[in-house]
Design a protein around this ligand. Structure first.
Ligand SMILES: Cc1cc2nc3c(=O)[nH]c(=O)nc-3n(C[C@H](O)[C@H](O)[C@H](O)COP(=O)(O)OP(=O)(O)OC[C@H]3O[C@@H](n4cnc5c(N)ncnc54)[C@H](O)[C@@H]3O)c2cc1C
Length: 495
């Protein structure tokens, strides 16, 4: 069967929009199907990190987005009386990955920016108000059937692959008949967004108030938007705690209080925070990504970030396969690399959540002592990718993000584009044998660091690293012939 599209994407949240743009930039023909007419208006995610900003840089929206973000100066964990238990300090300056390590943002604003990028691409067709109701996974193509809510017509699209970015209740995941691994976290939280009526001059620090009586979280999600998350206790009645007066009582008595006349209540909603990971992320020509594949409690602000990482990992692999540069089995490395990475973040979010909402004062006291004795054990997670393209991820920095310096005035990723790049010292790149790589692999980017930047390679103990299109390090080499052999062994052609 001749497919109309290379890739069909069900779901136009931040993950679907990012994936579509990454694919189209590499020349693939993409269709997005979305059941809703517009962007989901309620803010959910409020935090994103430097790695995710790098993905947004790759699709050309990072600078615009950055203007809409607030930089957070870190997260404080306070005890019931407000005394400081632990602090994850953030400098607010651009760091090793080329961006500030933590940004706060307003999800609908991000989605508007992503959609403008999608709309500017002639390789993406967007089918709004198209509700996917059936999927046929055939050997040669995948067929998606959707109902056009405006006309009531049933439409049928075919693609070489389908990616379900269709959120928590993913139809694609259910069609794949995949079970979810439950890591055991389940708790209701009340989420409140308030817009400042005037600049209240609040410190840009997020606060976790570990108060056994009423665990709470407060942050500034963008310039004027403030967020409170409040744990719902078993004895709470939802209709009572969501009344505006009760909400303002919570806010005024919180560790980051503001007066009700200073803010406009934008919304409140009760969410059940869960920790679920699909056991399989691929079935034949169907994949799942983002919330469709996993959900974690938001205590590290990493749920959407994980979905954007999924998109970044899968996009260049789908492009290589659709363009005949790699065998379909390359796509199996998507799950094997991403799932273990995601699981570490999910476990970290659960640990943070258990600590924040600890209601037993004795256990809390024990945890606080442990935290003071072993502060490193409470650092945010930083795992390598699972085994995949490279079987030895984790060793000597393999399967970890390469840094992003400015080289001769340009950020490294902008020089690399959406391609593999060999990044090495000036001396390494000046060797004559490098010409062989240049002619054998025209799409391979060869980037010489500036004098004085060779220390950036120290963590890899190498003269050069091979950086993948998603900016993870595939290999580290001391000599050009090692680089040639590393590239020859890749399970895909670079040009
Ligand atoms: C309170 C809260 C706080 C959070 N804080 C953070 C944070 O600080 N940082 C962070 O990184 N993450 C955070 N998250 C998580 C983040 O919001 C989600 O991970 C993210 O929105 C998931 O994006 P997605 O694109 O995978 O799915 P979604 O945004 O859910 O999009 C899925 C889309 O698929 C569409 N769809 C579904 N079924 C169909 C169908 N059959 N046919 C057509 N379309 C369909 C839906 O209409 C929807 O538009 C938070 C979540 C919550 C609830």
């Amino acid at each position: 069967m001749q497919a109309n599209y290379d890739v069909l994407i069900s779901g136009y949240g931040p993950v679907g929009a990012t994936l579509a743009t990454l694919l189209a930039q590499q020349g693939l023909k993409v269709a997005i199907l979305e059941r809703e007419p517009g962007i989901y208006h309620l803010a959910r995610a409020g935090h994103l990190d430097a790695e995710v900003m790098r993905v947004f840089q790759a699709i050309g929206v990072a600078e615009e987005l950055e203007k809409q973000c607030a930089v957070t100066l870190g997260m404080r964990f306070l005890d019931a009386d407000g005394a400081l238990l632990m602090e994850w300090k953030r400098g607010g300056e651009k760091g090793a990955l080329g961006w500030v390590s933590d940004y706060m943002f307003h999800q609908p604003t991000l989605e508007r920016i992503l959609r403008a990028k999608v709309n500017a691409s002639s390789d993406i067709d967007v089918y709004l108000q198209h509700d996917v109701y059936a999927i046929e996974n055939r050997e040669d193509a995948v067929i998606v059937k959707a109902e056009d809510h405006r006309s009531g017509r049933l439409v049928k699209l075919t693609g070489r692959y389908l990616v379900g970015c269709d959120g928590a209740r993913s139809l694609v995941r259910r069609t794949m008949e995949v079970e979810q691994e439950d890591l055991g976290f389940k708790q209701k939280w009340l989420v409140i967004d308030v817009e400042e009526k005037r600049d209240l001059g609040l410190e840009r620090v997020s606060t976790q108030h570990c108060n056994p009586e009423r665990p709470m979280y407060a942050s500034c999600t963008s310039d004027k938007m403030l967020r409170w998350e409040i744990m719902v206790k078993p004895e709470d009645e939802i209709h009572h705690i969501t009344k505006p007066d009760v909400i303002w009582d919570f806010i005024e008595n919180s560790m980051r209080p503001i007066r009700r006349e200073d803010g406009q209540l934008m919304r409140s909603a009760v969410y059940t925070f869960e920790s679920l990971i699909a056991r399989t992320w691929r079935r034949g020509r169907m994949f799942i990504a983002g919330d469709a594949a996993h959900r974690m409690p938001p205590f590290l602000g990493q749920g959407m970030c994980a979905g954007i990482r999924d998109a970044s990992n899968l996009a260049w692999k789908l492009a290589a396969v659709c363009q005949g540069r790699a065998d379909d089995t390359l796509l199996d490395t998507y799950e094997s690399e991403r799932r273990p990475h995601l699981k570490v973040f999910t476990e970290g979010a659960i640990e943070a959540g258990k600590f924040v909402q600890m209601r037993d004062p004795v256990e809390l006291e024990r945890r606080v002592r442990d935290m003071r004795d072993n502060p490193k054990a409470y650092a945010p997670p930083n795992p390598p990718l699972g085994p995949g393209l490279q079987s030895r991820h984790g060793e000597s920095g393999l399967g970890r993000q390469f840094v992003q310096p400015a080289v001769r005035g340009s950020l490294l990723d902008s020089m690399a584009g959406h391609a593999f790049a060999l990044v090495g010292t000036e001396q390494f790149m000046e060797q004559q044998t490098i010409a062989h790589l240049r002619s054998a692999h025209p799409s391979l980017q060869l980037i010489a660091l500036e004098e004085g930047q060779q220390d950036l390679l120290l963590p890899w103990g190498a003269a050069a690293v091979l950086m993948r299109p998603d900016r993870y390090v595939h290999g580290a080499v001391a000599a050009v012939d090692e680089a040639i052999s590393l590239i020859d062994k890749l399970p895909l052609k670079l040009s």
